[in-house]
Design a protein around this ligand. Structure first.
Ligand SMILES: NC(=O)c1ccc[n+]([C@@H]2O[C@H](COP(=O)([O-])OP(=O)(O)OC[C@H]3O[C@@H](n4cnc5c(N)ncnc54)[C@H](OP(=O)(O)O)[C@@H]3O)[C@@H](O)[C@H]2O)c1
Length: 318
């Protein structure tokens, strides 16, 4: 089969298109013919060595959608021909940027009929992050006010839809050119993340009860200032390793809870994926597929995800 692999850490240039042996599913595993593979910022962190992972050579890619080609012993839930999507690969096992990928059932759910493979491949990691972060971790509930930083990004654009579908009122930040589309996705208010009066503009929309933050080091002061009494703040990433409260007294007085969340630390993605499948089927949530690439252009997709601006997801098609 054709697969993208890297034999050492480095820039996207280390990604090579290679012909390798097709894997076979062992007991408890499912072999999927990959129809589309989603690209995420974390793929670059594994590729460049920021996050350590299993031995080389490595196939990158966490997300995928495709058709079950074969199943190993002890698989009852999936059969040959099923449409599936999944996430969480490429960490301690090989990834998804290949013609075939092997997964356990903890990485998989059935993809509803009528949902494109590119959408299934685009929503795995970001959908699980948005669901687990907002609903399971922060307990977002009907009537809550939810602030989504980076509402046009992979995680952000799904989080906006999910929070809106959960009955929250949603404030999102995004670059000006995406404001209309982020509103269409379900945000009640969209604000440019670089406006100097961002804190008061968020305050005008109402103090958020839940905040989803992908740049917690940059926003910790803002979040402390604007979030409501008892707010839950979910931090999914930062731009620097150091994190300090400029005013921890205020955070304490407001009894804020800061949750650090890492999707790749979950041991089972399947229950969240099944819920996402239902949301896809109901039309409440989708992944906006902004760009598709040939498998051989996976390196370019890695570059674009890191360096360019678009709303939604980049997806590779073998
Ligand atoms: N902990 C976890 O489980 C987890 C899971 C998924 C992702 N993550 C991390 O979360 C981050 C976002 O992931 P993603 O997939 O959504 O990435 P993405 O698709 O690249 O989106 C990043 C978003 O951030 C926006 N942005 C750029 N500068 C900003 C600023 N100064 N303030 C606010 N927003 C800004 C971008 O907007 P423009 O297009 O205008 O630049 C874009 O909408 C990444 O660092 C990723 O590694 C963590």
């Amino acid at each position: 089969m054709r697969a993208i692999r890297y034999h050492e850490h480095g820039s996207p240039d280390v990604l090579r298109s290679e012909e390798i042996e097709r894997p076979s599913p062992k007991r408890g595993e499912v072999l999927v013919a990959v129809r589309a593979a989603g690209i995420n910022p974390v793929d670059a962190k594994f590729r460049d060595g920021t996050y350590p992972q299993g031995p080389h050579p490595k196939i990158p890619g966490s997300d995928f959608a495709g058709v079950v080609e074969a199943v190993g012993d002890d698989i009852d839930e999936f059969a040959v021909g099923d449409r599936v999507f999944g996430t969480g690969l490429g960490i301690d096992r090989q990834g998804t940027c290949a013609e075939y990928a092997v997964a356990t059932t903890t990485h998989l759910a059935k993809l509803p009929d009528g949902i494109a493979f590119t959408v299934g491949a685009g929503i795995g990691l970001v959908g699980v992050t948005a669901w687990e972060g907002l609903i399971e971790t922060a307990g977002l509930a009907v009537g809550d006010r939810c602030l989504v930083h980076g509402g046009s990004g992979g995680v952000g654009h799904v989080a906006v839809q999910l929070a809106s579908a959960a009955g929250a009122s949603v404030v999102a930040t995004a670059a000006e050119q995406y404001h209309d589309r982020v509103r269409t996705l379900g945000a009640d208010t969209v604000l440019s993340y670089d406006r100097p009066d961002l804190a008061s503009a968020i305050g005008d929309a109402g103090a958020p009860d839940v905040v989803l933050d992908h740049r917690i080091d940059q926003h910790i002061e803002l979040n402390t200032e604007i979030a409501s009494q008892g707010a839950r703040i979910v931090a999914i990433d930062s731009t620097a390793p150091e994190l300090r409260y400029p005013d921890s007294g205020l955070a304490r007085a407001k009894m804020h809870t800061l949750h650090h969340f890492a999707m790749i630390s979950l041991s089972d993605y399947s229950s969240a994926l099944k819920l996402i499948a239902r949301l896809l089927e109901s039309g409440n949530v989708t992944a906006e597929v902004a760009r598709t690439y040939d498998l051989a252009d996976t390196g370019q997709a890695h570059r674009d995800v890191a360096e360019t601006s678009f709303l939604g997801k980049a997806v590779v098609v073998p």
